[in-house]
Design a protein around this ligand. Structure first.
Ligand code: HEM
Length: 260
């Protein structure tokens, strides 16, 4: 069996953190939607997941919510718990918009756009002036080149990484290059707790109206009232971007991340 350095490093750190109790809990957002995830108190970031009920054949999708301070250059999550050979999600600010892409790499080098996942940005994604939030449905996302997650397993090591101080090269471009993170960490996702019997109704609640614009091209002009953007790239083109922001939405709610 071949062990990559990344896997060994990830295993080492995850062991430390899991021993230290860095495992997921249920955290509910301002809309009362509860994600199984981890909120990093130091980085002020959040990675949360909702899995659909177990079925035969197994579903290949889930819902993800990522939150990070708007001041950060970029933030990402790894569904494989390591950098290499993992499905990576990366997002960053562009004005008041959030720019998102799925990425992949086989080493400690710039992860490039990854065409496998079908990502649909869900409502609530955007900026509230202090934090960026990306909430999205990811289909064809339980396996990727070099790895997978098993929703029926007991736990899954996830990782996150961020550059707190260096903006990406071209913020409006989902394919932008960026420099290495200055922080990363791991947590154990308690898979069973991430499964929601309400998955479909949560999805409906968060899904944009069918008339909302969809596109697979980069865009920074999505109307703020239609927080949606669907992308299913068949080639390594930009995966997703600029859903919307809800800075002044009526009925906005106060959360630990500020007002949404
Ligand atoms: C240009 C972009 C990037 C470069 C040059 C880079 C480089 C590196 C390097 C050199 C390490 C090893 C650090 C150490 O052992 O102390 C590392 C670890 C890590 N990186 Fe990145 N990285 C980049 C982007 C990303 C992204 C986008 C993510 C996630 C979305 C990510 C997630 C991780 C994680 C979780 C680790 C620790 C686990 C492991 O070693 O695989 N990285 N990266």
């Amino acid at each position: 069996m071949k062990f990559s350095r990344a896997l060994v490093v990830a295993g080492f750190y995850s062991l430390i953190n899991l021993v230290a109790g860095q495992s997921s809990t249920q955290i509910c957002d301002a809309n009362g939607i509860c994600f199984e995830g981890y909120q990093d108190p130091t980085l002020d970031t959040f990675v949360g997941i909702i899995l659909p009920p177990l079925t035969t054949p197994p579903s290949t999708e889930y819902i993800v919510q990522l939150v990070a301070p708007i001041s950060y250059g970029w933030t990402g999550a790894s569904m494989g718990g390591q950098m290499a050979d993992s499905l990576l999600f990366v997002f960053w600010p562009s004005g008041d918009d959030v720019v998102f892409s799925s990425r992949w790499t086989d080493g400690y080098v710039q992860p490039l756009l990854y065409a496998g996942p079908t990502v649909t940005m869900l409502s609530g994604s955007g900026s509230n002036g202090t934090h960026l939030i990306a909430t999205f449905r990811c289909q064809n996302c339980t396996s990727w080149d070099g790895g997978s997650i098993d929703p029926s397993g007991s736990s899954q090591v996830l990782a996150y990484a961020t550059s707190t101080d260096t903006p990406v090269d071209d913020p409006t471009n989902p394919a932008s290059n960026f420099t290495e993170h200055n922080d990363f960490n791991f947590f154990g996702l308690v898979t069973a707790n991430a499964i929601s019997s309400d998955y479909q109704s949560i999805l409906s609640k968060l899904s944009p109206p069918s008339s909302a614009p969809t596109s697979s091209a980069p865009s920074s002009s999505a109307p703020s009232s239609s927080p949606s953007h669907t992308s299913a790239p068949s080639s390594p083109s930009p995966s997703s971007t600029s859903p919307s922001h809800t800075t002044s939405a009526s009925g906005a709610e106060q959360t630990k991340y500020g007002q949404w």
